[in-house]
Design a protein around this ligand. Structure first.
Ligand SMILES: Cc1cc2nc3c(=O)[nH]c(=O)nc-3n(C[C@H](O)[C@H](O)[C@H](O)COP(=O)(O)OP(=O)(O)OC[C@H]3O[C@@H](n4cnc5c(N)ncnc54)[C@H](O)[C@@H]3O)c2cc1C
Length: 426
């Protein structure tokens, strides 16, 4: 008798985390990951860029030390400690309009005494402005951030807007307060040790993706690239076949499917599925320029187009979130604007080095209350079909942490079902 099979559709972080979790928790089961493209990682991947002549990530991805599911995933795939960041939690900033520089330096513990120390805070901010996000924790479901806290003033511009925009990829006033509250609860409210900034200096693929593939293959899983699912076929309460166009996989009675594709694709595959359907862009500018000595690994910029600057070996990269307004700006013009700002921040020559602009139009779903309400859980009305993806109802915005948790949730659901089937009298 052949072993039970679980088919994971989509080798983004959500699909990979589901597959890794299943490979560790479920016995006598073959895991097959089907990925439409030639490369795993989805929106979290690296590639060789000809303009820069180096491998870069599709976007600069920031994790925080309190992202416990991401940390557990890295540990599971043998990449514990592979992310890099400053030894202590700190966020250097510059206001490009006034050239004021500061460094947020939270203390590690939960008792946030650092907000009492003006030298650890943003300049010209008051203590009570640091309590503003408390209201996000109690915000009623479906309300925007602007209903829970004041979205103006110096502390908002120098602290809360940069943090919330980076976390939600949506302008904070209109973004969902409960999603912001979840981020605050898991990071800022846990103390500085929970929001030490971490990046994959060796690249997203080398750190998060390729080790996961190797881990899965070592456990007997199969990864099929360029294997694009065209349709799911249903028979009563079950998915009965996977139609890949060129070939079709018939599912045995105890086979199951984790659908870990983006929401726009999930909607075409699953009838009557509610998913987010509005997105926000992220724009990254990459510049082949060796970071000047002492330039921090990551720096926040306010009153500029650039929001964050990341220093990589041989490269300075910038991120702009909620960046739909930049989608139609000519690439050269955008590169020049971003570089002029980077040069001003870093005190370097304005002559444009080799550059690349990467615009991800549908980087994340728009973290609006009405979009958050459209997110389904892992469970579907079909017994052997579960969903994963950063857009499912994780309670978090679309992030690596959320994607990994969604994969874990999908795996847990299949595990419970497998246990239930084993316990049923035959
Ligand atoms: C530029 C950018 C910057 C970001 N910055 C951050 C950040 O700083 N921090 C952070 O935590 N998150 C960040 N994110 C968000 C993060 O990348 C995503 O939340 C996460 O990667 C989503 O993973 P996923 O597996 O849910 O979806 P995806 O990565 O979209 O994976 C879905 C996979 O399914 C495949 N697929 C689609 N259709 C089919 C099909 N029919 N058959 C087979 N396979 C299919 C796709 O090719 C893809 O590989 C950023 C995203 C972008 C784009």
């Amino acid at each position: 008798m052949s072993a039970r099979a679980i088919h994971v559709i989509g080798a983004g972080v959500a699909g990979l985390s589901a597959a890794v979790r299943l490979s560790e928790t479920i016995a006598d089961t073959t895991i097959i990951v089907h990925e439409a493209t030639a490369q795993a990682g989805g929106r979290c991947r690296s590639y060789y860029d000809h303009a820069l002549d180096m491998v870069i990530d599709n976007g600069n991805h920031l994790l925080l030390s309190g992202n416990h599911a991401a940390m557990a995933f890295l540990k599971a795939i043998g990449q514990d400690g592979a992310l890099s960041g400053p030894p202590h939690t700190e966020f250097p900033f510059i206001d490009l309009a006034t050239r004021t520089r500061w460094c947020l330096r939270p203390n590690p513990g939960r008792l946030a005494w650092w907000v009492l120390s003006p030298s650890r805070r943003a300049p010209d901010t008051r203590l009570r402005e640091y309590l503003a996000p408390l209201n996000l924790l109690r915000a009623p479901k479906g309300t925007p951030i602007s209903a829970a806290m004041t979205c103006s003033g110096t502390a908002y511009e120098r602290l809360w807007r940069p943090i919330l925009l980076a976390a939600l990829n949506t302008e904070p006033p209109e973004a969902d307060a409960s999603l912001a509250g979840a981020v605050i609860r898991e990071t800022l409210f846990m103390g500085g040790k929970a929001y030490r900034p971490l990046i994959a200096r060796a690249g997203l693929s080398a750190t998060l993706v390729e080790p996961a593939i190797r881990h899965l293959q070592a456990r007997g899983a199969t990864i099929r690239f360029e294997h694009n699912l065209h349709a799911l076929q249903f028979a009563g309460p079950r998915v009965s076949a996977l139609d890949f166009g060129t070939d079709k996989v018939l599912l045995a009675s105890d086979d199951a499917v984790v659908l870990a594709v983006p929401p726009f694709m999930a909607r075409t595959l699953v009838p009557d599925l509610s998913t987010p359907d509005a997105y926000r862009a992220i724009v990254n500018g990459h510049f082949a320029f060796v970071p000047p000595p002492g330039f921090p690994p990551m720096m926040g910029v306010v009153n500029a187009t650039v929001e964050w600057i990341f220093a990589f070996p041989g490269r300075l990269s910038v991120t702009v979130s909620g960046a739909d307004r930049l989608l139609n700006v000519p690439r050269e013009q955008l590169a020049e604007t971003l570089w002029r700002e980077v040069a001003a921040v870093a005190g370097i020559a304005e002559e444009l080095p080799p550059w690349q602009i990467v615009r991800e139009r549908r980087a994340t779903f728009a973290a609006l209350p009405e979009q958050n309400a459209r997110r389904p859980g892992a469970r579907t009305r079909w017994d052997n079909l579960v969903l994963a993806g950063d857009w499912t109802a994780t309670g978090l915005p679309a992030t690596i942490e959320g994607a990994i948790r969604s994969g874990n949730a999908a795996a847990a659901l299949l595990n419970r079902r497998a246990a239930g089937a084993l316990n049923r009298p035959s």
